[in-house]
Ligand binder design. Structure first.
Ligand code: PBG
Length: 325
């Protein structure tokens, strides 16, 4: 035998030398859940190790993460039911929980970057990402709300706004609203190929944001489709997106690869709540090694072509790196 691939796997030093893909802390965006009140920290039952924080507690958590080397965060608010309505009005209240948290983080951590979620569902009494009328999700009317929400987030100090709603034309509309108001420097990370997925369950527990009726299939993509992701990517790029994203990540590695081959924009992948929960649940049962599964999962997402990974594992991965060093 002339060719023996095992020669390059003989020792750890050699394996490390020929390793093609590495997950680094600067690849991460850490999603964090927000809660009203003071001194509040409640665990998300379906996401062991992940908590909802009141702003004061969140600042402590951000400090810990910054000390570990995580510099980019994506906050998501848990809004109390009384503040929700059909039009998600609370989503563009400048004094609301979300803009207040953005201001607090940016004041305390000017070097931290914030990627802020633009979507109605945490604030919608219908639990949908758009305005619901007779069971239909209205597109163009929803854009108005998204524009207002993005503007309030930019005014509060968001670096990157990230529409996760999947309405048509949202990137163009948000770009226009931001530019008209002097926020040319605020970037847009588009949830470009966001699929209607069964893996979002734990996130909806965290925010209490599940749809009250129906599902999200008229706006989120059909998981059987790949070419359609290219159409979304083309539109987002033409409308001015600065980043594209694929979501979920694990069952969609082919989509990550497809978009990587078809765009020169930075590409993010969202390693979502259900993907986190599966690893945690199996690890708690002693069925898999959770730490190893985490590293393998994150590496696969990067290997598929993602530059950036939104992941609930960000802090645990950073802790693991620190332990090893
Ligand atoms: C909704 C939104 C969802 C997630 C982020 N933004 C869920 C949904 O579409 O219902 C899911 C993230 C996760 O599961 O970790 N705008």
């Amino acid at each position: 035998m002339i060719r023996r691939p095992r020669r390059n796997r003989q020792t750890e030093a050699i394996r490390n030398m020929v390793q093609e893909t590495t997950v680094n802390l600067q690849d991460f965006i850490f999603p964090v859940f927000l809660l009203e009140g003071d001194n509040q920290k409640t665990e998300v039952s379906s996401m062991p190790g992940i908590y909802r924080y009141s702003i004061d507690k969140l600042l402590e958590e951000v400090q810990e993460c910054v000390d570990l080397g995580i510099k980019v965060f994506a906050p998501f608010p848990n809004i109390r039911e009384e503040l929700k309505d059909k039009y998600a009005r609370e989503s563009h209240n400048p004094e609301g929980l979300f803009p207040s948290a953005i201001r607090a983080i940016k004041q305390n951590f000017p070097d931290v970057a914030l990627v802020t979620d633009v979507a109605m569902d945490p604030y919608s009494s219908d639990g949908h990402d758009g305005i619901v009328e007779n069971g239909e999700i209205l597109n163009d009317e929803t854009l108005e709300v998204l524009g207002k929400m993005a503007l309030v987030q930019a005014q509060a100090g968001a670096d990157i706004v990230a529409p996760s709603d999947m309405m048509d034309g949202r990137i163009g509309h948000i770009r226009k609203v931001l530019d008209e108001n002097g926020f040319q420097k605020v970037a847009i990370m588009s949830y470009t190929a966001k699929y209607a997925s069964a893996f979002y369950g734990p996130f909806r527990d965290a925010l209490n944001s599940a749809p009250k009726a129906g599902d999200k299939k008229t706006y989120q993509m059909n998981y059987a489709n790949a070419r359609e992701a290219l159409i979304e990517a083309e539109l987002d790029t033409a409308e001015g997106a600065d980043y594209l994203m694929v979501k979920p990540a694990l069952a969609y590695l082919d989509i990550i690869k497809l978009l990587r081959e078809n765009t020169n924009l930075p590409l993010a992948a969202y390693n979502i709540s259900g993907e986190y929960a599966m690893v945690k649940a199996a690890a708690q049962n002693g069925w898999i090694d959770g730490e190893k599964a985490m590293v393998e999962m994150l590496t696969s997402i990067k290997r598929a072509g993602a530059d950036i990974i939104l992941t609930y594992f960000a802090k645990q991965y950073a802790q693991l790196l620190k332990l090893k060093s």
